[in-house]
Design a protein around this ligand. Structure first.
Ligand SMILES: [Zn+2]
Length: 271
């Protein structure tokens, strides 16, 4: 209904300022069994993020955790001992701003101290994802930032920071060190460990995780074959400016697309 109304409202409005890109109209998160549009709750969004990450190969057994800070300061988190390919909205746990669990039927990940320290020191952080994706962790283990060889890899040009390994992040001391090393950045390779990626929404966090993973895989493949041609830095800045200016910094519709796939594959993800 909304899509039809939007289309019908446009033709007679000749005074509207032309857009370089027309308003994007797409299926969003799809429709439920009754035909009503799906608008995920925060817990559903976090479950969908975990499922989509798993499907993209950004997983390592039961390791990893993702948190979603709510406007009142409470944190939603993926649970411990539940795979990212099986988590549902009802599995999502809730912590108060000090990190005490206040809701949820499962335990929270023991290494969640990293996120608690992070959200406490950077209240602007809405979503934080930590895990051990194989391609990104390859570069973490190499102790190198992967070069950018292609347009997708250059889709965001924010700094990727390499943070030295200090110790297991379930220890407050080491978690605080990682947070301090990340200051001013949103994306990090944790040396000999994995990744830490921040976003202003589940969609932005997924986009950054996706691009980093893509960049890491492409760089590994290019360097395994021989030498490639680096993507021009000025073109990367140009592309980023387009995505930032016209799409709010996120490839439009990507998270909705991967979420639709998860909902179609297993509607229980929303339950
Ligand atoms: Zn880890």
């Amino acid at each position: 209904m909304t899509m039809t109304s939007a289309i019908e409202a446009d033709p007679g409005d000749m005074t509207a300022t032309p857009l370089r890109h027309p308003t994007l109209i797409g299926p969003g998160f799809g429709s439920d069994a009754a035909g009503d549009p799906v608008t995920p709750t925060p817990a559903q969004s976090l479950a969908l993020l975990a499922r989509a990450m798993f499907r993209q190969g950004m997983c390592d057994g039961l390791a990893g955790h993702a948190t979603f800070r709510q406007p009142n300061g409470v944190l939603l988190t993926t649970p411990h001992l539940i795979g990212w390919d099986e988590v549902t909205a009802a599995d999502i746990c809730t912590l108060d701003p000090d990190g005490h669990q206040i809701a949820g039927r499962w335990s929270v990940p023991p290494a969640l101290q990293l996120h608690i320290s992070l959200h406490r020191s950077r209240p602007d952080t809405v979503v934080a994802v930590h895990n051990h994706p194989k391609w990104s962790t390859t570069w973490s283990n190499l102790g190198r930032i992967p070069p950018t060889y292609d347009q997708t890899s250059a889709s965001f040009t924010d700094e990727v920071r390499l943070i030295p390994y200090g110790g297991p992040v379930q220890e407050t001391e080491f978690a605080d060190d990682v947070v301090a090393e990340l200051a001013g950045a949103s994306t990090a390779l944790l040396a000999n460990h994995g990744v830490l990626i921040l976003g202003s929404s589940p969609a932005e966090a997924f986009w950054r995780c996706y691009v980093l993973q893509w960049r890491c895989q492409m760089a590994w493949q290019v360097e395994a074959v021989g030498s490639g041609t680096l993507f021009p830095s000025d073109a990367a800045e140009f592309n980023k400016a387009i995505v930032d200016r016209e799409f709010g910094g996120v490839f439009p519709g990507l998270f909705e697309y991967v979420a639709r796939r998860e909902i179609a594959a297993d509607p229980r993800v929303l339950s």
